[in-house]
Design a protein. Structure first.
Length: 254
């Protein structure tokens, strides 16, 4: 069930096991990929997980069944992305504002009885803030809410080490879920102006705070390696992992 498409009475009458809150960013992803890449991919993984859950009938896995639906909340489109401020179109908010917004969104779900939420993240800059949100929400006895943070590109097995930025994994995911948004005629340009790795490192310390310090066009990694077939595999792997996480969250004895 998608919250935006449902009526309030349908939400009231639904048996919800847990909510999925996609969290992305609006930021540069090189000359070939849209600013909304992180939100698009987080939404796609959440949608795929919800579809798998519904197809199983009750969210069951080998460990047992979990009754109820997964409720997919509207995505958070602006995150912690000041590291990309040099590139036009990038939007960002402070970590404090971001944490407050996500936390209050989770708490509003809990008011309506949806007290377990998985934050489905698609942006590396959000990771630290979302982990803190999940801890604070779960420790607040006043709301009785529980949350965990899940980052889709950490749940793709051996591919996780190729993440980059606007590189092979994100380009692959886009070619699978939103192929019309990939500017294929600019992929070569993206590859030529990109960096091999994130940051500028000395003795384990990253000297660069912003992406334009080490990447001419904001890209890290080779986007030409990101095929649609790889994108399909990435979404399948990450959404399957998300189903397992959502089942564990829904079944957890608190």
């Amino acid at each position: 069930m998608h919250l935006s498409d449902a009526t309030w009475t349908e939400v009231r009458d639904a048996d919800v096991a847990a909510a999925l809150l996609p969290v992305g960013s609006t930021e540069q992803h090189g000359p070939h990929a849209p600013l909304g890449t992180d939100s698009l991919t987080a939404q796609a993984v959440a949608d795929a997980a919800a579809a798998t859950w519904e197809a199983r009938g009750d969210g069951a896995d080998d460990a047992g069944a979990t009754a109820g639906d997964l409720l997919v909340a509207p995505p958070v489109h602006v995150g912690v992305a000041e590291e990309h401020r040099a590139f036009d179109g990038t939007l960002w908010v402070s970590p404090d504002t971001f944490r407050a917004y996500v936390r209050e969104t989770v708490e509003s779900l809990a008011v309506h009885g949806v007290d377990r939420t998985v934050l489905v993240n698609g942006h590396g800059g959000n990771v630290e803030a979302l982990a803190e949100v999940a801890r604070r929400v779960s420790r607040d006895d006043a709301t009785d809410a529980y949350a965990v943070s899940f980052t889709w590109f950490d749940a793709v097995g051996e591919h996780a080490g190729r993440m980059g930025h606007g590189g092979p994994l994100e380009t692959a995911a886009l070619r699978h879920v939103a192929p019309d948004l990939v500017r294929e005629d600019r992929v070569a340009e993206a590859r030529a102006g990109g960096a091999d790795r994130w940051g500028e490192w000395v003795r384990g310390v990253n000297l660069a705070h912003d992406s334009d310090e080490f990447s001419e066009n904001g890209v890290v990694g080779d986007p030409s390696e990101g095929t649609a077939a790889l994108g399909e595999e990435l979404v399948e792997r990450s959404s399957a992992a998300l189903v397992d996480v959502a089942a564990a969250v829904a079944a957890r004895d608190r």
